[in-house]
Design a binder for this molecule. Structure first.
Ligand SMILES: CSC[C@H]1O[C@H](OP(=O)(O)O)[C@H](O)[C@@H]1O
Length: 346
């Protein structure tokens, strides 16, 4: 199902979790071999694996790595160990709800099979992790099909951060229509915001779309208004880390500003959201936990000091775009007005 031009960020091979180290792209292609939950926790925290669906997939495999060597004998002991490992992995990053969704899904599978011996419960954990990854590729492709109905051949489309194949099992969420458009011979012109501070747009989106032969142009974040005013962009499509029940959307820092600009220029602003990112238990965006990251990501952003020693820094990794700025949220179940996002799960 995956096209050969896409890079796979997460693989389960020979009983080892293999992650493409996204901190080294686009200069180096390095694969990490992980065998413990602690290693997975560190990889998620350091952004070696990142992007909401990919974080969920990695955590799912991490949960298996955390319990596979356990010597517990009874279901009760296994359940306790599973919960302890899941709680630990859940502390790696706070904003992308896919992390918690994946861990909860595995716990539910174990609960449903509580009569099985421990060895078979372990196998069920791995099977569920594999299923999560397989389904994600299908989900992303379906989101892409829906998004394509909102776009037209020849359009300019702006995106922010990396909601791409590198963030998912395949296709990406917001980038899925770009891959599908390419398959159909359409000519979409993608504008990728570089996405400060750690440049996922420049390092990852520009890289993966270029690798796939998709027409992509890299711009600095502060060029989006100019590009829109010049009529180069007819739609914005972004990903998300969590959608609240009222249609507010958390995504990479800077997304809110792009949404305001899009509204000011009369450009539709679409959010691609797998249902694993839709969190109806969180009422509004104000309740979404926003990760704050180390000051060094700003003061030494490109491996070089670019700010004075001991400067005060504020580094929120995400912002919340209020529902009023969002034209539609696109999930695998269809296209929804933000205020009607609950219908996506019915
Ligand atoms: C489809 S992935 C959603 C999301 O993940 C990114 O965050 P990060 O790279 O920090 O994990 C970004 O917000 C993308 O839009």
């Amino acid at each position: 199902m995956t096209t050969s031009t896409q890079t796979t960020p997460v693989k389960w091979e020979d009983d080892v979790l293999v992650l493409l180290d996204q901190t080294r792209l686009p200069v180096e292609t390095i694969y990490l071999q992980l065998t413990t939950a602690e290693q997975v926790w560190g990889s998620i925290r350091r952004l070696e694996v990142r992007g909401a669906p990919a974080i969920g997939m990695a955590a799912a495999y991490g949960l298996y790595l955390g319990i596979r060597g356990s010597e517990v004998q009874t279901y009760e002991q296994f359940w306790q160990e599973l919960n302890s490992q899941a709680d630990y992995l859940g502390t790696s990053r706070p904003t992308a709800v896919n992390l918690f969704w994946a861990l909860d899904r595995i716990k539910a599978r174990v609960q449903q099979n509580s009569a099985l011996p421990v060895d078979e419960l372990k196998k069920a954990v791995l099977d569920e992790a594999l299923a999560i990854q397989k389904e994600d590729a299908e989900v992303c492709r379906t989101i892409g099909e829906h998004l394509l109905t909102l776009l037209q051949d020849g359009m300019g489309v702006l995106t922010h951060c990396n909601p791409g194949a590198l963030a998912t099992a395949a296709y990406g969420t917001a980038t899925a229509p770009f891959y599908l458009a390419k398959e159909r011979g359409w000519d979409l012109k993608v504008y990728a915001d570089e996405t400060r501070p750690v440049l996922q747009g420049a390092r990852l989106t520009a890289y993966e779309l270029q690798q796939a032969g998709i027409d992509v142009t890299l711009i600095c974040d502060n060029m989006a208004a100019m590009v829109m005013s010049q009529g180069k962009v007819q739609a914005v499509v972004v990903g998300t880390d969590r959608v609240a029940a009222n249609g507010d959307v958390a995504n990479k820092i800077g997304t809110y500003g792009v949404a305001v600009l899009a509204k000011a220029h009369g450009i539709p602003f679409y959010v691609a959201a797998p249902l694993s990112s839709v969190d109806l238990a969180t009422a509004t965006g104000a309740e979404i936990p926003i990760e704050e990251r180390p000051a060094e990501e700003i003061t030494h952003g490109l491996g070089k000091q670019v700010a004075p020693d001991d400067i005060k820094v504020y580094n929120p990794a995400f912002d919340v775009t209020p529902a009023q700025y969002i034209t539609a949220i696109v999930t695998e179940t269809g296209i929804f007005k933000p205020e009607e996002i609950a219908k996506s799960k019915q």
